[in-house]
Design a protein around this ligand. Structure first.
Ligand code: ATP
Length: 358
């Protein structure tokens, strides 16, 4: 697949702070690509470097195959969407979206036609919304105007920095799905900065997980969730059980309380030997009869039972040495289970991953 954005060994410091240590990444054409990581990991700095608002100390940035290190922002063919700040609230939806086109000398009927089309894509009928002032819109609608305003000038790449940040959870989740649909429809490459792993998993074709100025892993949501490259990624993405122990030569894992956990080739892709951490997702652990026949099966005691609506969570302690978090769906399956009861838990070798301890 053709590369749209190439970041090669990019370094950036602010005084003593190394915001980007040596980042290399390739983002493909038409991809919905997310930069995901905790606050301060360098996501925004990387986005600003792609936009041309910040310059790397070292390294190369290419857009569409062209080195752009010295190209100013407005000549890079990128659009930018930040947290709900760029629109003019007292102006109409139409005037906000038309802004970039007017600056570029488009004629009135061309502008009309483009805005018609754009509002249709945004699910905001022209007749209803064009004349509304932005300060009369809901948060979600306002955000769509923000995006429309950037997309109307047809950038090759749209850079979005936590654009859904100020919205409340329900609208956010709705907008996540809309944004993904929109991106597929327009085909523009999206680079999306977020610290919200759920958001990144929902929307992205691929994700780069960052920590302290470094990329920890690049992969599809599924790869990152099921095959985390290291302990940080395993912990940062979703819930997981992390068990410290050792891998021995016959590809088994042992920890306090777990004598011999059988791994598969896919659960140890890096062939780690010696000290390791086993990561197993709560929903991959089966309990009671459902665990019968699994090669990794252990007896434990139910310490806690928590009802979560669609599912239930059990804390199961093994040999008093460790507690496993188990997610059971649907929640009714735990109706017959009581706290204090002895119970079997188990998982398939391919459902766990071992990562290096650091
Ligand atoms: P957040 O999710 O909080 O926005 P981030 O991952 O986007 O975090 P960056 O904004 O890229 O992180 O910042 C990375 C590091 O660089 C931080 O330690 C930040 O304090 C520092 N930094 C960023 N911009 C500047 C600046 N202009 N001057 C000094 N330090 C900066």
């Amino acid at each position: 697949m053709e590369a749209e954005v190439e970041i090669e060994k990019v370094k950036k410091s602010f005084g003593p702070i190394k915001a980007l240590k040596e980042v290399s990444l390739t983002i493909r054409k038409n991809e919905f690509f997310s930069l995901l990581g905790p606050s301060g990991c360098g996501k925004t700095t990387l986005l600003r470097i792609i936009a041309g608002l910040e310059f790397p100390d070292e390294g190369v940035v290419r857009l569409g195959g062209r080195v752009v290190n010295d190209v100013p922002p407005h000549k890079r063919g990128v659009g930018l969407v930040f947290q709900g700040t760029a629109v003019f609230p007292h102006m109409t939806v139409y005037d906000n979206i038309a802004f970039g086109l007017k600056m570029r000398g488009y004629k009135k009927d061309e502008i009309d036609e483009k805005i018609h089309k754009m509002l249709e894509i945004m699910n905001m009928p022209f007749e209803i919304y064009a004349k509304k002032r932005v300060d009369q819109l809901s948060g979600g609608e306002r955000q769509r105007v923000e995006i429309a305003r950037s997309l109307i000038i047809e950038p090759n790449v749209l850079l979005l920095d936590e654009p859904l940040g100020p919205l409340d959870l329900k609208i956010r989740q709705k907008m996540q799905i809309e944004l993904k649909r929109l991106q597929k429809r327009v085909g523009t490459t999206f680079i999306y900065v977020t610290h919200d792993q759920g958001e990144a998993l929902t929307m992205s074709d691929r994700i780069a997980v960052m920590q302290r100025g470094e990329v920890q892993q690049v992969g599809t949501p599924e790869e990152i969730y099921l095959r985390p490259a290291n302990r940080f990624v395993a912990e940062f993405i979703g819930e997981t059980n992390l068990i410290e122990g050792r891998v021995s030569g016959d590809n088994t894992f042992a920890a306090d309380g777990l004598r011999s956990v059988i791994l598969s080739s896919s659960s140890n892709p890096e062939n780690i030997m010696g000290d390791a951490v086993l990561s197993i997702r709560p929903e991959k652990i089966l309990v009671g009869d459902e665990s019968a026949g699994l090669v990794n099966r252990f007896e434990g005691v139910v310490e806690e039972k928590i009802y979560m609506g669609a599912y239930a969570v059990l804390k199961v302690s093994i040999d008093d040495k460790m507690a496993l978090t188990v997610q059971v769906q649907p929640a009714e399956k735990v109706n017959g289970i009581r706290v204090g009861q002895r119970i079997q838990v188990g998982w398939s070798p391919e459902d766990a991953t071992v990562v290096k301890p650091t």
